[in-house]
Design a protein around this ligand. Structure first.
Ligand code: IPM
Ligand code: MG
Length: 362
């Protein structure tokens, strides 16, 4: 029997619509093969929503997302909206979506593909075999803590304030996702904090240590965030699963992504306790190359694969896409961000076409 899914598409800004088009084509092809039917609804977010509906996350978008089985998002943001007040910027749309769907767990895998080792800026022997999962807390910490804002002091001078705060419950729920993720992977979890300076991190570390007792098969370690940043570029193979707060996770996941050669290859999943998850590339909207057919659509395509695996429980279809991506790389096809000598440079559309041909042939 055909399995039907309601998918909300949020193409957003910049290269978003181009890479989303490729992912949708790929899903259609895979759907045919695995007897899945996707009912796509497109909605506005980010700059596109500011222009089209006057706000970065229209209520209609959130409603559509809530009524779907999964949300596939491309990217938001661009120069055009950079000078708007923070609550009206495209980024506020993304943060509102995360909060609105209670997507507290952000999974960001950084796995180096053998075909792309030479695209990494690090030495082959440092990155060969890297396979890291960053579990980033996504709806708390300094991104959402109160008080926040820019306030006038008694002297009239302005003072900017954000608050890094975590409750025990918030730490525990992301901790459990991380321990369970590590269980399914290499059994090693590194919790990253700044417990030598921040009280919020001291509580984080205490809770992670407590939780470890419930997961005797997972080996827990702790690193301060500055050391973790250094270790990620010095000896990344020591890491299996990393769990960290919202801000540290934002920073470390970009660093981990770059180990693999290009952030243009990496997908992510944002999950809540129930309800639809949001699947999106780790990279941004790349306004500098938007509309030029230069973007790498593979992170978006791999995000669709993550959606199939984590959101729709269709691991076979997910693997099929992942296999197709590897084969395309194996055949020497590259977009500009991952190009190296003797490889075949393609634009976004052409990369999608080659991938679809490959998927149809597997
Ligand atoms: C990310 C991005 C976002 C974040 C921005 C666009 C709000 O950098 O998803 O990592 O900081 O979380
Ligand atoms: Mg980021």
């Amino acid at each position: 029997m055909t399995q039907k899914y309601r998918i909300t598409l949020l193409p957003g800004d910049g290269i978003g619509p181009e890479i989303m088009a490729v992912a949708v084509d790929v899903l259609q092809v895979v759907g045919k093969k695995f007897d899945l039917q996707f009912d796509f609804t497109e909605a506005l977010i980010g700059g596109a929503a500011i222009d089209g509906a006057g706000e970065p996350l229209p209520g209609a978008t959130l409603d559509t997302c809530r009524q779907s089985d999964a949300v596939l998002l491309a990217a938001i943001g661009g120069y055009k909206w950079d000078s708007l007040p923070s609550n009206m910027r495209p980024e506020a749309g993304l943060l509102g979506l995360r909060a609105g769907l209670d997507l507290f767990a952000n999974l960001r895998p950084a796995q180096i593909l053998p075909q792309l080792i030479d695209s990494s800026t690090l030495k082959r022997e440092v990155v060969e075999g890297v396979d890291i999962m960053v579990v980033r807390e996504l709806t708390g910490g300094i991104y959402f803590g109160k008080p926040k804002g820019i306030f006038a002091t008694e002297t009239g001078e302005k003072r900017g304030v954000n608050t890094m705060a975590y409750t025990e419950a918030e730490i525990d729920r992301i901790g459990r996702v991380a321990f369970e993720t590590a269980q399914k992977r290499g059994g090693k979890l590194c919790s990253v904090d700044k417990a030598n300076v921040l009280e919020v991190s001291q509580l984080w570390r205490d809770r992670m240590t407590q939780l470890a007792a419930e997961y005797p098969d997972v080996e827990l370690s702790h690193l301060y965030v500055d050391n973790a940043a250094m270790q990620l570029v010095r000896a990344p193979k020591q890491f299996d699963t990393i769990v960290t707060g919202n801000l540290f996770g934002d920073i470390l996941s970009d660093a981990a992504a770059m180990l693999t050669g290009s952030i243009g290859m990496l997908p992510s999943a944002s999950l809540g306790a129930s309800g639809p998850g949001v699947y999106e590339p780790v990279h941004g909207s790349a306004p500098d190359i938007a509309g030029q057919d230069k973007a790498n659509p593979l992170a978006q395509v791999l995000s669709a694969a993550m959606m199939l695996r984590y959101g729709l429980n269709q691991p076979g279809a997910a693997e099929h896409i992942e296999k197709g991506v590897l084969q395309v790389l194996e055949q020497g096809y590259r977009t500009g961000d991952i190009i190296s000598a003797d490889m075949n440079l393609l634009g976004c559309k052409a990369m999608g076409e080659v991938l679809i041909q490959t998927l149809e042939g597997i």
